[in-house]
Design a protein around this ligand. Structure first.
Ligand SMILES: Nc1ncnc2c1ncn2[C@@H]1O[C@H](COP(=O)(O)OP(=O)(O)OP(=O)(O)O)[C@@H](O)[C@H]1O
Length: 469
């Protein structure tokens, strides 16, 4: 309840619709006294006209109105502004309508005469559950990209991130898997003076040691078997910009030493070369591992730790910021509905409630998977509780057809082989235990060109290739 209280007022804009002037005046006063900004209108038509000028955070409407009634207004809102919460006010005669409206997605209804305290409570709850306002207040927020936040702890973290983005300091982002570490790193880059230069992310835990060294530092032709041409490393490719080293705790010790030298000397030497090339790159790194323990156990170098960890930002687990769940779920649903070509409008209130109260050990990534799951299976405009409950039982499934899952696996496998062999088809075919003709056919099927994995151009091309997967 305390976060609901904290949300009260704060200038949130409400649209109030009632043809009873006295009630309109009284309610406006009461809501304004509680910190809300109120627009009051006397008819459904006037409300719609108002909505086209400025979108409030919430609509409170009487059902009985002259001309078009509150049910008509509610349906218009559902059609045009599906994420906008609505609370209906009803007299006894219109209770069945109000009940129907809540099954169609109205946040709540209150029966007249109602207690103003109850209305304030419902408003605060609806605002806490609703998608974030897309109002002018957020115009200055482009740097944060896709980051959604409604919770105080995230807002504070983002404010801090924005502040430290301006400096060139190395930042270590801590947080459980799926909490948004990479998204935050990208936002920091966008808020920094380096925004126009590249942002390159590398997952140190996902690449074999030998390949990681070559990926980061590059190599010259002949540096090792398979290095058939010069190749620029990611440190060089990120020159002027930001390199994000995800899962830094998984970086092998030998590479830690080399990375430390780059940070100290600000130069990079390609594998097999003594030539020091100057590099200006900001390092952001992330880990879900406890680096203090890794240091104690001799698996992480203390000197590198202090270099990377000038500033620490810690992303809280999703379970510690439940206010973020509903706006995230709503936003993910809108995006996924477009992706799947579905006319899904939103979650039933109890379905949203179930998402908000569920445990999220896999954090935002898990929430995204669950929303994707329900969206793919949705057969009605409003996602019912039963579907959410079903999806929560298999939370980590990424919804892909068997054919698509197989295609992605195959393509990724071929890309990794080509990277490992520096685009040498004979070597790659040998590792795959396929003859060359067959291997070429596989490359063709996945629209892959082995020559893109050779030489200096390889990195940009591979990035494009991976993006197209
Ligand atoms: N605050 C947020 N708003 C919107 N989407 C988010 C938010 N946080 C995370 N996501 C989404 O959740 C998914 C996981 O985020 P991300 O990859 O940044 O997490 P991570 O902490 O880097 O995970 P890992 O430790 O597994 O690498 C991504 O699809 C990301 O877009």
């Amino acid at each position: 309840m305390s976060d609901i209280k904290a949300l009260q007022g704060q200038g949130a804009h409400l649209l109030l619709v009632d043809d009873d002037d006295d009630l309109l005046r009284l309610l406006s006063m009461r809501l304004s006294a509680n910190g809300y900004r109120v627009t009051a209108v006397g008819s459904a038509e006037a409300a719609l006209a108002r909505l086209s000028i400025e979108l409030p955070r919430l609509v409170i409407s009487d059902i009985r109105l002259p001309e078009r009634d509150g049910m008509w207004l509610f349906q218009e809102i559902r059609r045009t502004y599906p994420a906008l919460p609505v609370i209906l006010l009803t007299a006894h005669g219109t209770i069945p309508d109000a009940v129907e409206a809540t099954t169609l997605g109205a946040y709540a209804y209150l029966t007249k005469p109602f207690d103003a305290k109850l209305l304030l409570e419902r408003i605060a709850q609806a605002l806490a559950l609703a998608a974030p306002a897309a109002g002018p207040d957020q115009r200055d927020e482009a740097w944060r990209g896709a980051i959604i936040s409604r919770s105080q702890c995230m807002d504070e973290l983002l404010a801090e991130a924005r502040l430290v983005a301006a400096s060139d300091a190395s930042i270590l982002i801590r947080g459980e898997s799926g909490t948004g570490k990479e998204l935050l790193a990208e936002a920091i880059h966008k808020a920094s003076r380096r925004a126009a230069a590249p942002f390159i992310a590398v997952n140190c835990g996902a690449i074999p040691e030998a390949l990681l060294e070559s990926e980061l530092f590059g190599h010259v032709k002949g540096a090792y078997t398979g290095a058939v041409a010069n190749r620029e490393g990611l440190l060089q490719a990120a020159d002027g910009g930001t390199l994000f080293l995800d899962e830094i705790g998984d970086m092998p010790l030998l590479l830690q030493v080399k990375l430390l030298r780059v940070l100290q000397e600000r130069v990079v030497r390609q594998l097999g070369s003594d030539v020091a090339r100057p590099v200006d790159v900001r390092i952001l790194s992330a880990t879900h591992r406890d680096l203090d323990t890794a240091m104690r156990e001799g698996q992480f170098r203390e000197d590198l730790y202090y270099r990377l960890n000038v500033i620490t930002l810690t992303l809280p687990p999703l379970d510690q910021r439940r206010e973020d769940v509903a706006p995230m779920a709503n936003q993910f649903l809108q995006a996924l509905a477009t992706k799947y070509g579905k006319t899904v409008r939103g979650f039933a209130p109890d379905a949203l409630e179930a998402l908000t109260t569920s445990a999220w050990p896999g954090n935002v990534r898990q929430l995204y998977n669950v929303v994707e799951h329900v969206c793919a299976l949705a057969t009605a405009p409003l996602i019912p509780l039963s579907l959410v409950q079903r999806a929560l039982r298999v939370p980590s499934l990424e919804v892909l057809s068997y054919t698509e899952a197989r295609r992605r696996f195959e393509r990724n496998y071929l890309v990794q082989l080509l990277k490992l062999t520096d685009g040498n088809v004979a070597d790659a075919a040998r590792l795959a235990e396929r003859n060359r003709t067959e291997f070429y056919r596989l490359l063709q099927k996945h629209d892959l060109d082995a020559s893109q994995f050779r030489g200096d151009v390889a990195i940009e091309r591979q990035d494009e290739t991976l993006k197209n997967q």
